[in-house]
Design a protein around this ligand. Sequence first.
Ligand SMILES: NC(=O)c1ccc[n+]([C@@H]2O[C@H](COP(=O)([O-])OP(=O)(O)OC[C@H]3O[C@@H](n4cnc5c(N)ncnc54)[C@H](O)[C@@H]3O)[C@@H](O)[C@H]2O)c1
Length: 238
Amino acid sequence: MTAPVRRAGVPEATVGRLPLYLRALTALLDQGITSISSEELATLAGVRSAQVRKDLSHLGSYGVRGVGYDSEQLSAQISQELGLTQEWPVAIVGMGNLGRALAAYGGFTGRGFRIVALVDDDPEVVGTVVEGLTVTTLTALGTSGTAVAIGVITTPAPAAQTVAEQLVLLGVRSILNFAPGHLVLPDGVDVRGVDLATELQILAFHEQRRLLAISTHDPLVADVDAGPDCDLGRGALG
Ligand SMILES: NC(=O)c1ccc[n+]([C@@H]2O[C@H](COP(=O)([O-])OP(=O)(O)OC[C@H]3O[C@@H](n4cnc5c(N)ncnc54)[C@H](O)[C@@H]3O)[C@@H](O)[C@H]2O)c1
């Protein structure tokens, strides 16, 4: 079966790995390392080196034999491909434990995202100041004229579908949903779900296989590829 290909010709699976490469490159550049081989990048990103070369070839980047890739150039290329050369305005809806933690996370800035609005529907929360922003309602956000490109949902699950629909009505086309459950939204709206419980269940599965392999002395039982590192939010949080 052929992998789904985005309009620009870069497969979705490659797009999913680009943030891993970018994070590795950013760390290298911070250390003043200006070139990197595909093997080194593969180790840092947790994928195979042939995969790195194939992924980067989709961007037209082939590296130089014996030298590797120019870290800065590659970082700029990946940033451009991911649309990170401009800053995307983000609204977080649900100013509870998780919403506040995300609002306080400094790692979005400088990675192409700026939190422009914090939203809640609890009258006791609306109007309070969190991380320098006054918490507002979705209705007020709609009338404020504040442009929002990405909506982050951190409400309890029962509210998530309605919140998502309200965000779409405000023109938001990209949603990162932390609430458990599947959102049903019109075509053209991109939704990514982050669910720590699912990730823990996958780890539990592999842990169980390992224990089974030890008790049965059968290494084949444990020989299940856990796949590349799961990066929650594909690099958004790490
Ligand atoms: N994805 C993950 O890995 C992960 C991890 C932890 C929590 N969660 C989920 O994140 C969500 C938030 O968790 P929490 O502990 O921060 O909850 P919380 O109860 O502390 O906060 C929820 C906030 O959402 C607000 N809210 C409720 N309905 C709303 C609406 N219609 N519009 C705007 N705001 C609304 C509430 O007033 C509250 O401030 C839950 O769905 C939880 O299951 C997911």
